[in-house]
Ligand binder design. Structure first.
Ligand SMILES: Cc1ncc(COP(=O)(O)O)c(C=O)c1O
Length: 389
C-alpha cells in the first residue's frame, strides 16, 4: 500500500478540535502540556552558537556527527548499561518521535502486528499504520499501576506479531517499570522472537528512589531492542528536535537509508551542542535540579487530586498524572471540554491515549507551582459541583 493510502488511514487526532478550542480562549491555565516548562540551560545554547561560529553549518553524516555518536555511546554505557559501537549501532535523529517510525519501518512488513500496551503515547498506533503494520492495543489496568501484564500480552500475540512498544517512564501515566517488570517483558520478547522498541525519553525523570532500566541492557536482549531516546525532555530541548537510537547494526543500516533519502541528517550545529552538553557536568546538574522541581510538583498535584476526590495512581516518573474521572459520569472529551469552558483549565482527554481510556484524563505538571495551584483550585470547584463534596 502506498504511503498516501496509509496517510488516509491516520486522520488528525480527535483531540485537535480540543486544542483548537483552547487556543481561541483567554485566561486558560494549561495542564495539557507535553514539554518541560524550563528553558534549555544557558551553556547548551552557548554551545550551539559556538558550533555555528566554528562552521558546523554544512551537511553532516547520515548517522550523525561522530563526536555526538561517541558521546551518546558513552552515556549509554554509563547510565544504561548498553555497550554500543558508535560507528555501527547508533543513529542521531530528528527528535525521538521519528526513530519509532524508523524502527517500525525497518522491521515490519504489510500486515505485521505490533503490540502497544495502553494508555500509550499518541504517536505509536498511527506510526504502526504508516509503516504498513497493524496496531494491536493491549489495555493495562489502573489497579496494576498500568503495567503491561504478560498474560494480557500473551492473549494478543499471534503469528504476525513482530514488535512490542514499551515506554518507561510512561506518558501519560507516569508509571515506571521496575527491573523485574522489564525482566518479565524480556522473557516474553525472547520466547516469541519479537523486537521491542523501548521509548526512554523520560528516563531521568524518576522519583521516590525508582531507577530506570533499559531493556536492551539485559543479557541477550540488545539484538532484540531498539532503544529510543532524545534531548527534548532530558535537557529541555524540545524545539531543537534532536533524538537518538541504539539498535543492532542491520536496523541502523536501514534507518540510515531513511535519513539518506529524506532528512539527510539532523541540524549539525545542534548536534555539536548536544555532544558538548552530554559531556558537561553542568548539564547533569541542570537535569537534577529539574527533576527535583518536578518531584515537588508531583507530590503537590498527587495530593490535591486525591483530596479533590479523583482516583489516581501515584506516578513515579515523567511529569504526568492520569486520574480517573469515572466518578463524574462524564466521558473524557465531555469532561475536558466542560472543564475548559467553565473553569478555563486544559487537560488532555484520556481517549487520546487509547479507546479504553475514556474515563481518564491526563494532567501535566510541567508548569510552575502558581499555575498548578490555580488550576487545581479551579478543578476542585468544578469537580465538587459535579460529584458533590
Ligand atoms: C513518550 C514520548 N516519546 C517520544 C516523544 C517525542 O519526543 P521528541 O520531542 O524527542 O520528538 C514524546 C514527546 O512528548 C513522548 O512523550
Amino acid at each position: 500500500m502506498s504511503l498516501g493510502e496509509q496517510l488516509d488511514r491516520v486522520p488528525p487526532s480527535l483531540i485537535r478540535r480540543f486544542f483548537e478550542l483552547t487556543a481561541r480562549m483567554s485566561g486558560v491555565v494549561s495542564l495539557a502540556i507535553g514539554e518541560p516548562d524550563f528553558d534549555t540551560p544557558r551553556h547548551i545554547k552557548d554551545y550551539a552558537v559556538e558550533g555555528l561560529m566554528k562552521g558546523f553549518t554544512r551537511y553532516g553524516p547520515n548517522r550523525g556527527l561522530p563526536m555526538l555518536r561517541e558521546a551518546i555511546a558513552e552515556k549509554l554505557r554509563r547510565d544504561n548499561g548498553l555497550d554500543v559501537d558508535p560507528e555501527r549501532e547508533v543513529i542521531v535523529t530528528v527528535g525521538a518521535n521519528m526513530p519509532v517510525l524508523m524502527g517500525l519501518a525497518s522491521i515490519i512488513r504489510s500486515g505485521d502486528e505490533v503490540l502497544i500496551p495502553t494508555p500509550a503515547f499518541v504517536s505509536y498506533a498511527p506510526q504502526v499504520i504508516l509503516a504498513g503494520g497493524k496496531p494491536v492495543l493491549v489495555p493495562t489496568r489502573p489497579e496494576e499501576d498500568f503495567k503491561p501484564r504478560i498474560e494480557d500480552l500473551e492473549k494478543h500475540v499471534s503469528g504476525k506479531t513482530k514488535v512490542l512498544i514499551i515506554n518507561t517512564p510512561n506518558n501519560p501515566t507516569g508509571t515506571v517499570l521496575t527491573r523485574s517488570d522489564i525482566e518479565e517483558i524480556a522473557d516474553f520478547i525472547v520466547e516469541h522472537g519479537l523486537y521491542v522498541i523501548s521509548d526512554e525519553v523520560y528516563e531521568y525523570l524518576v522519583y521516590d528512589g525508582y531507577k530506570h532500566t533499559s531493556i536492551g541492557s539485559l543479557n541477550g536482549l540488545f539484538k532484540h531492542t531498539i532503544t529510543v531516546n532524545g534531548f527534548s525532555k532530558t535537557f529541555a530541548m524540545t524545539g531543537w528536535r534532536l533524538g537518538f537510537v541504539a539498535a543492532p547494526e542491520w536496523i541502523i543500516e536501514k534507518m540510515t537509508r531513511i535519513h539518506m533519502y529524506t532528512v539527510t541528517c539532523p541540524v549539525t550545529f545542534i548536534q555539536y551542542a548536544a555532544a558538548k552538553a552530554l559531556r558537561d557536568p553542568r548539564s547533569w546538574e541542570a537535569v537534577e535540579e529539574m527533576r527535583n522541581t518536578y518531584w515537588k510538583r508531583r507530590d503537590y498535584v498527587y495530593r490535591r487530586i486525591r483530596e479533590i476526590g479523583l482516583e489516581a495512581n501515584k506516578p513515579h516518573g515523567a511529569f504526568y498524572i492520569f486520574p480517573s474521572i469515572k466518578e463524574t459520569g462524564m466521558d473524557s472529551m465531555a469532561f475536558s471540554e466542560k472543564l475548559l469552558k467553565e473553569a478555563r483549565v486544559a487537560v488532555v482527554p484520556g481517549k487520546a491515549f487509547g479507546p479504553s481510556w475514556d474515563d481518564h484524563v491526563r494532567i501535566s505538571y510541567a508548569t510552575n507551582m502558581g499555575n498548578l495551584e490555580e488550576a487545581l483550585d479551579r478543578l476542585e470547584v468544578f469537580v465538587r459541583k459535579i460529584i458533590g463534596s
